[in-house]
Design a binder for this molecule. Structure first.
Ligand SMILES: Nc1ncnc2c1ncn2[C@@H]1O[C@H](COP(=O)(O)OP(=O)(O)OP(=O)(O)O)[C@@H](O)[C@H]1O
Length: 268
């Protein structure tokens, strides 16, 4: 079996200190193999974002969270060194881009702090190549985020993540704020990145339709615990936990009420 790129064992995360401490993630265990996408699903407040924050080093945790062949512990301190390899793409594409910087500046910024991964040749050319990789024209390079659509901003966020030469991309509701047709395009782009570049993903979403499109495996969270984890098809076709069945039933009701969500419309 392939060694996992990321492994979490009995991950606990609490917010607050002393008497005020409240545990919001309990005994979460999962693994992500190279080039594998694991989706985290569950109701609002179930702890999905908190797991992502532990992975990218934004919160302290108890338990084990190890990364790479040498199983480096992802402590907040360590993660700062490793953050380059584990970028996060957030829900709101525009507010995650510095409004005062040019798009080219945003994408290439990581090369100032990590010169070891900076391209050898002309940086503008390298940035233009990254823009092409995410389906954007080179002329976007000198613009600001406010001059781009939401879908274009999310493509820039992904290009910025690619400039970091990631091994694991964390996507926290990364397509939720986009309309359905743009969402489909960004999902397709993420699937291509996984296939072409072998990037692993931790993909947080409340949308089970999205899970089915993008994820190899899925972990279902309820009240801070992973109540079920397995291959996506397996979990969707034979859910073992009552809460998973509830989520799947709720998603089916949504489709019944609103029809299917895929339009095939290609506009951004
Ligand atoms: N900084 C914080 N301080 C204290 N409590 C927090 C903090 N961030 C989140 N929480 C609480 O932790 C719990 C888990 O939140 P989290 O954001 O991880 O859930 P989630 O599953 O990602 O929810 P959503 O789908 O709404 O984003 C919630 O009860 C939330 O109120």
């Amino acid at each position: 079996m392939t060694e996992p790129l990321l492994e979490a064992n009995d991950l606990d995360v609490s917010y607050g200190r002393g008497r005020r401490a409240r545990r919001v993630v309990s005994k979460a265990s999962f693994a992500i193999a190279p080039a594998e996408t694991l989706a985290l699903v569950g109701e609002s407040g179930s702890g999905k974002t908190t797991v992502a924050r532990a992975v990218v080093g934004l919160v302290r945790y108890d338990g084990e969270l190890v990364f790479g062949d040498d199983r480096v512990p992802l402590t907040p301190r360590r993660s700062r060194e490793l953050r380059r390899q584990i970028p996060i793409v957030f829900q709101d594409p525009r507010s995650s881009l510095n409004p005062r910087m040019s798009i080219g500046g945003i994408i290439g910024e990581v090369w100032s702090t990590h010169p070891e991964i900076a391209p050898g040749g002309d940086r503008r050319t390298a940035i233009a190549e990254l823009l092409g990789r995410v389906g954007l024209d080179e002329d976007v390079l000198d613009r600001r985020a406010a001059q781009l659509s939401g879908g274009q901003c999310q493509r820039v966020s992904i290009a910025r993540a690619l400039a970091q030469r990631p091994r694991l991309l964390v996507c926290d509701e990364a397509v939720s704020a986009l309309d359905v047709s743009v969402q489909a395009q960004i999902l397709q782009l993420l699937i291509e990145l996984k296939t072409d570049l072998g990037i692993s993903m931790l993909f947080i979403t409340h949308d089970l339709g999205v899970v089915r499109q993008i994820a190899d495996s899925v972990a279902v969270m309820q009240h801070g615990e992973i109540v079920e984890i397995g291959a996506t098809e397996q979990v969707f076709t034979s859910p073992a936990h009552a809460y998973t069945r509830e989520l799947l039933d709720a998603a089916l009701d949504l489709v019944a009420d609103h029809g299917t969500t895929t339009t095939g419309d290609e506009q951004e």
